[in-house]
Design a protein around this ligand. Structure first.
Ligand code: SIN
Length: 523
């Protein structure tokens, strides 16, 4: 198979769909996804999408909350773009038919989530992402210059003279092919599957990060992983996200004695930033020797069921009543703040290659993302990347790509003789959860890096010899690549900040560590 299009978009979450719609005004677009169109983290997003549209709100306040959650590492210019473009971009989504909840006066109703000082989260009950995907895919289906190619896995970037000219793909029947384009967008989402415990769908395997990195692209801030505090913790059941919007509407975290405990760990209590709540839960479990739960029993059951119908059904599926029962919860990997480094127009360090959404690192989230800013980032920066992709002058300006504060060059390693490089996918996920999870420390991190270095070298060697042929083998290699980048970055950063917590360096250290760190593979 050999295809050509003006523009190539990989991934169909909010960033990919929004970019594809914008690009389709300027040429042919091929939208490639490894599963059905719309299968993504976006489709599972519950809480909502932020925009400073309330009477008590402003972009400046939205920026200040974003930066506070980001623990001193947000890129101010990126935050300014995000919060200033939010009201216009979200209005466009509403104009395209997104059915968000309304208040009695007909205006979008605004929810509260952790670390927001005011209500600013637009939502479609507790299934906002599904509604956004519906709105955008319906719109895409009526655009004749946009073609979709589901069930095709992009495996490698095609490079010519150092520029990205497309990708290699694997078709469902296992045959390899090529797609060429003037400009390529990575909108492939995050990498939550790197961890044994995650709220992410099985498609979130860091494909775009791995592809860009292996092609010599720069990735940044990989140590910053957000662990959502409240994933359902029922043995044998999936780690379903119990949205932060539940706490925004008054749900309390309680210990086994039924006591609210979060103020023991932070004055903001249940609505402290996510990293603090996640660690608070683990510390309370250690203190009491028992599990913790979300309790909504003090709220009106009808109101709970009406506001959270999807979660009500999900809990019923495991024999729990969301409105009345204590719902067992615990942290799980949720979001990657780091990724393929981009400027404010989605340009990466590889000319012709762009990135938007969770795969990208714009620096907007710093060390810890503010709740419900992720859909907004995909919407705003998906459109901006499309603008840059269609404009040859802007696209060519990739050469001016800003340098990260600190750059590590990763020399290609060899498969070490002293160590068995074989690491099964389940072992990678387990290793990452234990060594590079919520609590990190030099010894276990260094041991994990050794094992992941060996597994990465083995994967690189096999890929170079054309021996990686199945989607499962690529999945494994991408998880190893993304996991190794996270573990290496976590080992390097000897402080604690946002989602990155080192038990051996428990304090934030602005003097030595207030910078973004990037890594690229030496050719
Ligand atoms: C949630 O609903 O708690 C998740 C929203 C987000 O990840 O921002």
């Amino acid at each position: 198979m050999s295809l050509r299009s003006d523009f190539l978009v990989l991934g169909s979450g909010i960033a990919g769909l929004r970019a594809a719609l914008r690009l389709a005004e300027h040429g042919s677009v091929l939208l490639v996804t490894k599963r059905a169109i719309g299968t993504s983290n976006t489709a599972q997003a519950q809480g909502g999408i932020t925009a400073a549209i309330g009477e008590d709100d402003s972009p400046a306040l939205h920026a200040s909350d974003t930066e506070h959650a980001g623990a001193g590492l947000c890129d101010e210019a990126a935050v300014a773009v995000l919060v200033n473009e939010a009201p216009k971009d979200v209005s466009e989504l509403l104009a395209w038919g997104a059915r968000f909840d309304r208040d009695a006066s007909g205006r979008p109703s605004l929810a509260r989530e952790a670390a927001h000082t005011v209500r600013r989260v637009l939502h479609a009950s507790d299934a906002t992402g599904r509604e956004i995907v519906r709105t955008l895919t319906e719109r895409c289906s009526s655009v004749s210059s946009l073609t979709s190619l589901p069930d095709h896995l992009a495996t490698d970037l095609l490079l010519e003279d150092g520029c990205c000219v497309g990708v290699r793909v694997l078709a469902p029947d296992g045959t390899a092919g090529e797609i060429r384009a003037r400009a390529t967008l990575l909108a492939t989402g995050g990498a939550g599957q790197v961890y044994r415990e995650t709220t992410n769908p099985e498609v979130a395997t860091g494909d775009g990060i791995a592809m860009a990195y292996r092609a010599g692209g720069r990735v940044a801030d990989m140590e910053f992983v957000q662990f959502h505090p409240t994933a359902l913790a029922v043995p044998g059941a999936p780690r379903i996200l119990m949205s932060e919007a539940l706490r925004g509407e008054g749900a309390r975290l309680v210990n086994a004695a039924g006591e609210p405990f979060m103020t023991r760990y932070d004055p903001a209590g249940d609505l402290a930033p996510r990293d603090i709540v996640a660690r608070g839960i683990v510390r309370e479990q250690e203190r009491t020797g028992a599990a913790v739960a979300l309790s909504l029993a003090h709220l009106a059951p009808d109101v709970v069921r009406a506001r959270f119908p999807t979660l009500t059904r999900a809990c019923a599926g495991v024999g729990l009543d969301l409105a009345c029962d204590p719902i067992p919860v615990g942290p799980a990997a949720h979001y990657l703040m780091g990724g393929v480094e981009t400027d404010l127009w989605g340009r990466t360090s590889i000319p012709g290659l762009f990135a938007a959404g969770e795969v990208a690192c714009t620096g907007v989230h710093g060390a810890n993302r503010l709740a419900s800013n992720s859909l907004l980032e995909g919407l705003v920066f998906g459109a901006r990347a499309a603008e840059a992709m269609r404009d040859p002058d802007r696209a060519a300006a990739s050469a001016d790509f800003r340098a990260s504060d600190r750059l590590t060059r990763d020399e290609p390693s060899r498969v070490p003789h002293h160590q068995d490089p074989v690491l099964e996918t389940g072992e990678v996920r387990d290793l990452m959860w234990r060594a590079a999870g919520l609590f990190r420390e030099a010894g276990p991190l260094a041991a994990a890096v050794d094992r992941l270095d060996a597994a990465f070298a083995a994967f690189q060697q096999a890929a170079g010899q054309g021996e990686v042929r199945t989607p499962e083998a690529w999945r494994h290699g991408n998880l190893v690549t993304a996991g190794r980048l996270i573990a290496r970055a976590a080992l390097r950063r000897r402080e604690s900040r946002g989602g990155h917590y080192r038990t051996d360096f428990p304090s934030r250290d602005d003097l030595h560590w207030k910078f973004h760190a990037a890594e690229e593979l030496a050719s």
